[in-house]
Ligand binder design. Structure first.
Ligand code: ZN
Ligand code: ZN
Ligand code: FE
Length: 733
């Protein structure tokens, strides 16, 4: 008695060794049939005795190797065909494109061992990979996941690689980017004018780095600019050429042992660093860590990552010491992906370029993460995570969302999945805008989806809003802080209503003022503003972002103090070029400028970050913060702070009392509102003291606390929220 089943697997099933796994399983359970990738995932037809079929199904679920993941398995019975043997069929390119594009995966242990083994044919080969690791998103051009659809298409497999590729028992069976020194991509070392240099490229780059050079290294999703992290002159040159005055540089380290010499690495941190996503992780730096002070001036944390490709492993091993690894771009432009472009854009920064001939299909920056209560949370979502979908509870119509303006991402909702793009950066330069448009085109092409509408921010002047308006698609405007709340709800599988404490720098309010210290109650479908920080006039508007003293003066003016210079006072009094704002970010800036040295800063959030780092964690008391009707009045807080300052209080104590006051204010509003679930969102919740203390106090008071997990709390998460809001609105109409 034979039966034949057709199984359709949806989820992360392409490029992860799923077909070889199914092949082995079918052979072991003695079933006949085939497995193939299809545009929506993978299809399997198996034939055999019912008991064996059941056994196959049970093992399919139980033994699925990571990073494969099946979200849905559809089963239909068919007439037995009398097929003999089990085969892997060529991919089927018809149908809807919802198969998942896998994120790039850091080099696995087996591949690294081969690369380090002098007797292996891949010894010292920078592009080794297998079905468990290697490039995915950064090389795929179309679905399904097959070699001709990737930027590996130009490299023909040599007989040895082809044998691995075709052997179901091999780790590289159908590993699409499979390569070796005989047939795969190669390195080259260039002078800054593009001249090829003789000798071993890796050796040459390593030697130059040790001698203090800046080397642009073409990696997985783009170029890094690298330099010896202990060499003050090299770091200073990199800062002046890029230019990047004070913003911390990330570091790439040889291995966990080296990470432990620089930072405090606990078990959760070690797991995150060595994970296939291999993000930049912010970790507390050890006193005397062997890196130059200018790498992260005045910062008690270091952003560190481990090598994600054999190329980086080999380079770090040859250099031996920690390297600065900052994105290969000018200031806030998108990261360079092409060596020709890199010559033009990075030639003036780098002394040498270490390049290779495997094209990068799209730019993917390093992800940035931190640990909150032992859990990895994202601050920038790109390599290793994008374009992994966020699963949502409700079925979505095809929807595009274009995000905000800073730390931009776009998102595409299809079915129960929201594909959130990699970090695109601030839409301030033509290059960034170009990348934004490319990624939208890229996503629509990759998934072959025709969106029924486009969701955008309510701000009429954002470049993303203008793009949406000109797209010809039906537009759905989403209020900035509502999108933050909806994103947090969506990724926590919470339908709401919930209280959203949404604090950030700037977001366009429906009343035309600048919001940013908001308490909203709502769901994806709608919200009401139940409370907010007391508004103040910000002299010069956006100019205050880099000049925290303007925020400080605005606060002092509200207290009735006479402020200088007069030009700023007149701005505030007349309201001309001094918009009203409830921005929590600017409140942080203002207080930072009153407590510390940050009158002018060189990057957004610098003053608030400095204030957070000042906090004396042993100080438990708080300044008074009053809830008056719908207003959280910070004037008593600032008055008490000024009093403290007059009496010569320690800055660490003042910073602590300020943070504690905000936490108490959040808890007081939550109690007054009475919603059982409280979501914390917005860029201010990248502040460790604020988020950890607020979450702990809320939980202790009996609230369910929702924090971001798959997307950042900053504007990088807006596109997800916009999809959720747009879907709910379409549902209503
Ligand atoms: Zn591998
Ligand atoms: Zn080969
Ligand atoms: Fe925001």
């Amino acid at each position: 008695m034979r039966e034949r089943w057709r199984l359709e697997a949806r989820g992360a099933v392409q490029g992860v060794g799923f077909r070889p796994f199914v092949y082995r399983l079918a052979r072991e359970t003695g079933l006949d049939g085939w497995v193939a990738n299809d545009p929506r995932g993978a299809a399997i037809e198996v034939e055999g005795p019912p008991a064996q079929l059941q056994g196959f199904l049970a093992r399919l679920a139980a033994e699925l190797p990571p990073p494969a993941a099946v979200h849905q398995l559809l089963r239909t019975r068919m007439a037995p065909a009398g097929e003999r043997g089990f085969r892997i069929l060529a991919s089927d390119a018809r149908g809807e494109r919802t198969a998942q594009v896998l994120a790039d995966l850091a080099t696995c242990e087996a591949c690294l061992a081969e690369v380090l083994d002098p007797s292996d044919r891949r010894h010292a080969y920078p592009f080794a990979n297998c079905t468990r690791c290697g490039p995915r998103f950064s090389i795929v051009r179309a679905l399904p996941w097959d070699r001709p659809n990737t930027s590996m298409e130009r490299f023909a497999l040599c007989p040895a690689c082809r044998a691995e590729y075709e052997d179901p028992g091999d780790r590289r069976f159908h590993a699409q980017p499979n390569a070796c020194p005989a047939c795969g991509p190669r390195l080259a070392l260039w002078a800054s004018d593009g001249r090829g240099l003789a000798g071993d490229p890796l050796e040459g780059a390593a030697r130059a780095l040790c001698d203090g050079a800046i080397v642009a290294v073409k990696g997985l999703g783009g170029f890094h600019l690298m330099a010896d992290a202990a060499d003050g002159a090299a770091v200073a040159r990199l800062r002046s050429r890029k230019p990047r005055r004070e913003k911390p540089f990330a570091l790439m380290l040889r291995d966990l042992a080296q990470a432990r010499t620089l930072c405090r690495v606990d078990a959760a941190a070690a797991r995150a660093l060595a994970s296939p996503e291999a993000p930049i992780l912010l970790l507390p730096r050890r006193p005397g860590a062997p890196v130059h002070e200018d790498v992260a001036p005045g910062n008690p944390y270091l952003g560190v990552m481990l090598p994600a490709t054999p190329l980086h492993h080999l380079l770090l091993r040859r250099v031996g010491r920690p390297l600065v690894a900052t994105s290969g771009n000018l200031s806030e432009e998108p990261i360079c992906t092409d060596e020709g472009e890199a010559l033009a854009r990075l030639g003036g920064i780098a002394d040498l370029l270490l390049v290779h001939d495997r094209p990068i299909a799209r730019h993917v920056d390093d992800s940035v993460a931190w640990l909150v209560a032992g859990e990895t949370r994202l601050l920038r979502r790109a390599r290793g995570f994008a374009p992994r979908p966020v699963r949502v509870e409700a079925e979505l119509p095809p929807l595009l969302a274009v995000g905000g303006h800073l730390k931009s991402t776009v998102a595409l909702g299809v079915g129960r999945q929201v594909f959130v793009s990699q970090h695109l950066g601030d839409l301030e330069t033509p290059e960034a805008l170009g990348a934004f448009e490319r990624v939208i085109g890229d996503f629509l092409r990759l998934y072959e989806v025709a969106p029924v509408a486009v969701a955008h921010d309510l701000h009429p002047d954002y470049a993303s809003t203008r793009w949406a308006r000109e797209s010809g698609l039906r537009c759905i405007a989403v209020q900035h802080h509502h999108a933050h709340l909806a994103a947090c709800l969506a990724e926590n599988g919470c339908a709401g209503p919930a209280l959203g404490v949404v604090w950030d720098g700037t977001g366009y309010g429906p009343d035309g003022t600048i919001w940013g210290g908001e308490f909203l109650v709502g769901t994806a479908a709608g919200f009401r503003r139940v409370a907010h920080l007391r508004p103040f006039r910000l002299p010069g508007g956006d100019a205050a972002v880099r000049e925290p003293r303007r925020s400080a003066l605005a606060l002092l003016h509200e207290l009735g103090e006479k402020i200088e210079p007069e030009v700023l006072r007149r701005m505030i009094e007349s309201g001309i070029h001094a918009p009203l704002t409830t921005s929590a970010g600017r409140l942080f800036d203002g207080v930072a400028a009153l407590v510390g040295p940050w009158q002018r800063t060189s990057f957004e959030g610098q003053a608030a970050m400095g204030l957070e780092h000042l906090v004396d964690l042993s100080v438990g008391d708080a300044y008074p913060l009053e809830v008056v009707g719908e207003e959280l009045d910070w004037r008593p807080l600032v008055r008490a702070l000024l009093d403290d300052r007059r009496h010569g209080a320690a800055p660490g104590a003042m910073a602590a009392r300020f943070h504690n006051a905000l936490v108490e204010g959040i808890v007081a509003v939550a109690r007054a509102v009475g919603e059982p679930a409280v979501a914390l969102s917005g860029g201010c919740f990248q502040n460790r003291v604020l988020v950890e203390r607020a979450a702990a106090r809320l939980a202790a008071a009996g609230f369910r606390v929702l924090l971001h997990r798959h997307v950042p709390p900053n504007d990088g998460g807006l596109s997800l929220g916009q999809v959720a809001v747009a879907a709910a609105r379409l549902d209503l109409h």
